[in-house]
Design a protein around this ligand. Structure first.
Ligand SMILES: NC(=O)c1ccc[n+]([C@@H]2O[C@H](COP(=O)([O-])OP(=O)(O)OC[C@H]3O[C@@H](n4cnc5c(N)ncnc54)[C@H](OP(=O)(O)O)[C@@H]3O)[C@@H](O)[C@H]2O)c1
Length: 255
């Protein structure tokens, strides 16, 4: 089950997990992108895909999502809490409703989905939850106080859920995503004069991320390759550029 599964990182993750044998449930608010991604998953992988329009901020919607998923497949093994988004505004222009929306969307949603899914995950032979957090939840981002705080909270939720549910076999991990050129992110960067090219310049590997980079991390966390890993947040962000020290020119100069 992948929330925000119709677009960007969620859609790419749906394809990759289906390529590796998963039948998928795609949740999000707009039916159009969900249907399109589901059709593409079925056509390219031969696996099943169902769509459940859901607002992950609403507890009743989330209960219905889990009910429909289990009704259709009879089981639930993997939950990817990917729905989310950064609405950027200065902290001084953040009234309580904007703050609450960012937290509902980027933190409480993962709790609602995990809590609703838990009884079914406990029946699975290899249950795994992956929470899509952000580099903003590690280092913070100006204009994203609520988003950064919510994504940092998501990392701690991951840790505590892993500790509480690990004895019953449920693994729970997170990914701290760096700048990934999903359509939504590219549109948002344009407001601050950034492009995929300039974003790539901010990281060690000197390229922007793509949804496939994050999908690979999700695959790792739901596969036996990470069978003894839980409670962790893995940065997938193109690596660090360190302030100060020698310049690139000096580091790579010929003697
Ligand atoms: N791209 C980046 O640079 C970046 C960096 C760090 C973290 N992330 C995180 O990665 C995740 C995926 O982002 P993305 O880059 O792939 O952007 P995206 O394509 O905009 O994906 C966000 C998805 O969440 C869904 N969504 C939003 N509000 C929802 C709601 N209330 N209920 C249900 N679904 C909702 C959207 O579908 P609907 O609008 O149809 O509901 C959409 O499919 C997000 O959690 C984001 O914070 C992204």
């Amino acid at each position: 089950m992948i929330t925000g599964g119709g677009t960007g990182i969620g859609a790419r993750t749906a394809h990759l997990l289906a390529e590796h044998g998963a039948d998928v449930v795609l949740a999000g608010r707009k039916p159009g992108p969900l249907e399109e991604t589901a059709a593409s998953v079925v056509a390219t992988t031969g696996r099943q895909a169902i769509v459940v329009p859901t607002d992950v901020r609403k507890a009743d919607d989330v209960q219905e999502l889990v009910r429909r998923a289990v009704e259709h497949y009879g089981r639930l093994d993997i939950l990817v809490n990917n729905a989310g988004g950064a609405y950027m505004f200065p902290l001084k222009d953040t009234p309580p409703d904007r703050w609450a929306n960012a937290v509902d969307l980027n933190l409480t949603s993962a709790y609602l989905c995990s809590w609703a899914a838990l009884p079914h995950l406990l029946e699975s032979p290899a249950p795994a939850i992956v929470n899509i957090s952000s580099a903003a939840g590690v280092q913070g981002v100006k204009g994203g106080a609520a988003y950064s705080a919510a994504k940092a909270g998501l990392q701690m939720f991951t840790r505590v859920a892993a500790a509480e549910w690990g004895p019953r076999g449920v693994r729970c991990n997170a990914i701290a995503v760096g700048g990934v050129a999903s359509e939504g992110a590219v549109r948002s960067w344009a407001r601050f004069g950034e492009t995929p090219e300039t974003m790539g310049g901010h990281v060690a590997l000197r390229r922007v991320g793509y949804p496939a980079d994050i999908a690979q991390g999700v695959l790792f966390f739901v596969s036996p390759m990470s069978g003894w890993v839980s409670g962790q947040t893995l940065p997938i962000d193109g690596g660090p550029i360190l302030a100060g020290g020698m310049t690139d020119e000096a580091l790579w100069a010929e003697d």
